[in-house]
Design a protein around this ligand. Structure first.
Ligand code: GLY
Length: 266
């Protein structure tokens, strides 16, 4: 049977080490493998994010930063060009928050938060986890405190999908929610492309970053020109990175180090 085409790009977060791009490569390979199994692109992109959440070197899933009270809360979101969007915010206790976000996208809701999100994830039989943390934001994992959100964007010739997952900012107030579950801030997908960003969530949401990057896609700018322009919206003091896929191709970049990988499978 002929292989199905796929354009896919994944990142390990603004501030993640370039040396950790073996993990983002593994993520895009997982996305491709799932897409070849007729999994559906939403599922395939979620599989890529599961790999990044399980890696432990990125600020998502197992590697998530702790809040000021030592606990770990996750934000995650997924969106496709067929009009699906699902997100969880400030959710504790589950190994793969992206799977909870994907499950929300299949309900009549768009975002579930806090204890309600955790109850929902439990009802979906998602795998629980207890991350070992210590008060003050420290914890037993090796994620750099300056590392941010992971993400993946893909296009199979018909549908675009983007997904994000994060433990948020290290030492932030518990209950703090960043850009990830806010549509048009951390991610946006339309019929001409998908955008996923990473970095300082407060700065990202105040600029409605992903939606405005998508407007540049609509205007017909090239992927690399959009990446260069959007990075320039952020001063160097605000960590920022972006990946995107359009009908013209894909591009990614950051104003600091960032592990990322992309592949066009024909
Ligand atoms: N960009 C992720 C966050 O600020 O929570």
């Amino acid at each position: 049977m002929k292989a199905k085409k796929l354009s896919v790009i994944a990142h390990g977060g603004a501030g993640s080490s370039n040396e950790h791009s073996d993990g983002t490569k593994k993520a895009i390979q997982a996305c491709y493998a799932a897409s070849q199994n007729n999994a559906g692109l939403l599922h395939s992109v979620a599989q890529a994010v599961v790999i990044l959440e399980d890696d432990g070197r990125y600020n998502a899933g197992k590697g998530s930063h702790a809040r000021e009270n030592g606990k770990v809360e996750h934000d995650a979101a997924i969106m496709d060009s067929d009009g699906r969007f699902g997100a969880v915010a400030a959710m504790e206790g589950f190994k793969n928050p992206i799977q909870a976000a994907k499950a929300v996208s299949e309900t009549k809701y768009q975002i579930l938060a806090g204890e309600g999100a955790a109850k929902f994830a439990g009802d979906q039989d998602l795998e629980p986890t207890q991350l070992q943390t210590v008060p003050g934001g420290g914890k037993d994992f090796s994620t750099s405190p300056s590392t941010d959100t992971v993400g993946c964007v893909a296009f199979d010739g018909t549908t675009f999908v983007a997904a994000l997952s994060t433990g948020g900012m290290v030492g932030a107030h518990y209950g703090r929610v960043g850009d990830v579950p806010i549509i048009g801030s951390g991610l946006y997908v339309g019929s001409n492309g998908g955008v996923a960003v990473t970095g300082d969530g407060e700065a990202i949401m105040m600029k409605i970053t992903a939606y405005r990057a998508y407007e540049l896609i609509q205007k017909g700018d090239s992927p690399q020109a959009i990446v260069d322009e959007v990075i320039n919206w952020f001063p160097l003091t605000d960590a920022f990175g972006i990946i995107l896929v359009t009908r013209k191709g894909s591009a990614g970049g950051s104003n600091r180090s960032m592990a990322w990988s992309s592949q066009e499978y024909d």
